[in-house]
Design a protein around this ligand. Structure first.
Ligand SMILES: Nc1nc2c(c(=O)[nH]1)N[C@H]1C(S)=C(S)[C@@H](COP(=O)(O)OP(=O)(O)OC[C@H]3O[C@@H](n4cnc5c(=O)[nH]c(N)nc54)[C@H](O)[C@@H]3O)O[C@H]1N2
Ligand SMILES: Nc1nc2c(c(=O)[nH]1)N[C@H]1C(S)=C(S)[C@@H](COP(=O)(O)OP(=O)(O)OC[C@H]3O[C@@H](n4cnc5c(=O)[nH]c(N)nc54)[C@H](O)[C@@H]3O)O[C@H]1N2
Ligand SMILES: [Mo]
Length: 677
């Protein structure tokens, strides 16, 4: 081979607001260094610390990566496997799936997946296979953000058309409500939020770095957001900030919500939320004057009444007309491909779902279903690590340990979940195949470009499922469509004129040269065509017609509310197997307010027992006033095998469903805490 050095432009496909540009230093066909691309509008240079370490660490490390198909030789969970060939592995999986279908029905094969990689083909192509064989999907969003989607769909008829971040130059106020970009989108935080001249208001029970840097931080009691939204609406209404013309023309149900708005004075709000009436008034005035952006975080809806919270927060842009004009809008997540392709959206998303497709089940039902031999016989896990990431870890583990459950895990690494598999298949990493990434914050579409051959015998997800379809003698042509065909048709549907090869050279494209003002027509895909504060659909589904000024009751004496949001050094559980990352993480902490700690005789560095009816976890106490006295904070999703008790925070999370969307309500967890003497 010739001595050959190249710099290749590619894109980070992690589940992150940033969607960074990457520059790979490649020598003799091998990746030698993964760096940030200084030309990319999101990161403008450096990668975030976790990706910089992980991509140059375990992601390139042949001793850490899965290189060959493996078959279990020891008890489930023991981690004992032997290497087998792809042919044998696929033959066994094909036989097991056929057997399950014949004896129990195709829907007794379940597959669970999420955003281990967010690139389009590796993230979506395998669902063609599962739809074709009639397998049951575990609804991916129900571990993350389904409540918010359900709620916004009632209000706007859409939950994935937010604001274009480029319009922030026209904003006077940006509200970040229950999102933490300092951890979850560090470049959005640095290069977008901090750069605006607008006043920044953060609403979060934790003093996050984003909150500390904001102009105003409303540190409310967790679970009281709907009450806060109503008191803000009260000030808007009382002080004449209502945009009457907008409400008359584009909003349904204002008069139905009005009695509630009138009842929720800021003084009442102070009692409910713990935020002073004065601060509520300040925030309301700044937001109402506008133009203002409202960013609703995914963390915000991960609470028992998360759907109601979202509907209540979504009243604010409707009442003030802060939507559909430059500098104004509401954002949850952007489906950039769909926004780009309005005329003919992406084929990979829009493939009609076969009518025969069984109803998807909530991730919250999985701890129970996994233990039930009559419900699930075969289980395929790809792009996720449910044993580390999902609630009720103890039941999940018990289910995965079932001898009569045939489990396949496809991952780049030997995760905790993979150790319970019968067959483990090695996935190629994003550095090893071509794909497309669409940012869910910035409206950018970007190329993920192959920078080296897959390590060992690993393969991209899509190739694995083509091979499996072949091993099962399936003949549906869409199961075998090649990557470049999907890439070209996706680009075309997104209105990008380049072919894949040209686009890979270019690197990325914004949707539109100028900032987009979304919803400028004031027409919404709801039954009434208006923003629906009052919703017939919600009512038909058993919810109140209008959102309620609800707040969760304070925990009972002796109990504390445990929040478990994202760690800045991890991406969910990904990167946790990198030793340099582990060094940064240190022991698993629980952060407790000094006053609460004093009362319980807990000191900084003490070992503490955190427990509830679901489980028990030993953690190291850290005293800090980033949380209020009633709240504990411990970051999510460490690998279990690196923890002393083989458990992480999800051993304490009940699989309790949110009010809407059957989604996760992890931030509603209550626990007791005591010092281990
Ligand atoms: N307590 C608590 N728990 C939570 C949350 C919380 O806030 N609190 N948040 C929840 C949220 S928001 C989410 S989204 C979930 C996330 O939970 P998961 O979706 O389980 O995310 P990860 O744990 O990162 O697992 C992703 C896996 O995909 C693998 N992977 C990466 N690239 C590829 C690839 O190309 N192919 C294949 N096959 N695999 C690949 C990675 O190695 C990794 O093991 O966790 C949830 N869990
Ligand atoms: N570094 C890193 N980045 C990530 C991830 C990661 O694990 N690590 N995960 C990715 C994924 S899968 C997702 S979904 C996104 C999540 O992105 P975000 O939604 O920004 O992040 P979270 O950490 O889930 O939660 C955000 C905030 O919600 C707050 N919160 C909790 N309860 C309440 C409440 O009752 N009211 C209010 N107002 N706020 C509350 C938490 O204190 C936290 O600061 O981030 C993505 N980016
Ligand atoms: Mo998520």
């Amino acid at each position: 081979m010739t001595k050959d050095r190249k710099f290749i432009k590619t894109t980070c496909p992690r589940d992150c607001y940033d969607g960074c540009g990457i520059l790979v230093d490649q020598k003799d066909g091998k990746v030698v260094k993964v760096k940030g691309n200084s030309e990319h509008p999101s990161n403008r240079g450096a990668l975030c610390p976790k990706c910089a370490v992980g991509y140059n660490g375990v992601w390139l490390d042949e001793t850490a990566r899965l290189l060959h198909p493996l078959k279990r030789t020891g008890p489930k969970g023991s981690g004992e496997f032997k290497r087998i060939s792809w042919d044998l592995a696929l033959k066994e999986i094909a036989e097991q799936l056929t057997h399950t279908a014949r004896l129990y029905g195709p829907d007794k094969t379940f597959h669970t997946h999420y955003t281990g990689t967010c690139s389009i083909i590796a993230g979506a192509f395998p669902t063609r296979f599962f739809d074709h064989i009639g397998a049951t999907e575990v609804d991916p969003d129900t571990v993350c953000n389904a409540a918010g989607h359900a709620a916004l769909n009632y209000v706007f008829g859409d939950s994935v058309t937010g604001f274009d971040p480029r319009t922030a130059k026209d904003s006077t106020c940006i509200v970040v409500w229950g999102a933490n970009p300092s951890h979850c989108g560090p470049h959005v935080n640095q290069n977008w939020l901090y750069e605006q001249s607008a006043k920044v208001i953060v609403i979060d029970p934790v003093k996050t770095e984003t909150a500390v840097a904001a102009d105003l931080h409303l540190q409310l009691r967790p679970g009281t957001d709907a009450a806060l939204a109503y008191s803000i609406a009260h000030v808007i209404q009382r002080e004449g900030f209502l945009d009457t013309a907008y409400v008359d023309n584009h909003v349904k149900g204002y008069t139905e919500a009005l009695p509630l708005i009138e009842a929720c004075t800021p003084q009442w709000g102070e009692q409910a939320t713990g935020i002073s009436a004065g601060l509520i008034e300040d925030a309301a005035r700044s937001y109402a004057k506008g133009p203002s952006l409202l960013w609703l975080g995914q963390g915000l809806q991960r609470q028992p009444h998360g759907g109601n919270v979202f509907r209540a927060c979504a009243m604010l842009p409707a009442l003030t007309g802060n939507i559909g004009k430059p500098g104004a809008g509401i954002y949850y997540l952007n489906d950039t491909l769909a926004i780009a392709g309005r005329a003919g959206a992406s084929p990979i998303y829009c493939e009609p779902q076969p009518e025969s497709r069984p109803k998807a089940v909530s991730q919250m039902d999985m701890p129970r279903l996994l233990q039930d031999s009559s419900a699930i016989r075969s289980f395929l896990v790809w792009n996720c690590n449910p044993l580390a990431s999902n609630p009720d870890q103890t039941s999940t583990r018990r289910g995965l340990a079932r001898e009569d459950l045939f489990t396949v895990v496809i991952d780049c690494f030997m995760t905790d979940t993979a150790e319970y598999a019968d067959i483990v298949l090695p996935a190629a990493s994003f550095l090893e195949f071509d794909d497309l990434c669409a940012s869910y914050f910035y409206l950018t579409i970007a190329a993920q470009v192959k920078c080296q051959e897959p390590l060992g015998e690993s393969l991209p997800n899509q190739e694995i499922f083509r091979k499996l379809a072949r091993a099962m003698d399936l003949d549906e042509p869409t199961l075998f469509e090649d990557d470049h065909s999907v890439l070209n048709s996706t680009l075309q549907a997104a209105g990008i004129k380049d072919t894949w090869l040209d686009f890979a050279e270019r690197g990325w494209a914004h949707v539109g040269a100028e900032p987009l003002v979304l919803w400028s027509q004031g027409e919404f895909p709801t039954p009434s065509g208006k923003i629906e504060l009052a919703s017939d659909h919600a009512e038909e589904d058993g919810h109140p017609r209008v959102p309620q000024p609800h707040s969760d009751p304070a925990p009972a004496p002796g109990k504390l509310r445990l929040l478990s949001p994202a760690d800045k050094w991890l991406m969910n559980s990904s990167f946790c197997n990198d030793l340099r990352i582990q060094k940064q993480l240190g022991p698993a902490l629980v952060i407790i307010h000094p006053k609460t700690a004093n009362g319980l005789n807990i000191h900084d560095g003490d070992q503490v027992r955190v427990s509830n009816e679901i489980g028990e976890l030993h953690l190291t106490a850290k005293l800090s006033d980033v949380v209020s006295p009633g709240t504990l904070l411990s970051y999510k999703s460490r690998w279990l095998k690196t923890e002393p008790t083989s458990a992480n925070i999800n051993v304490l999370q009940a699989p309790t469903k949110t009010d809407m969307g059957e989604s996760s309500s992890v931030h509603g967890t209550e626990v007791t805490i005591s010092r281990i003497s």
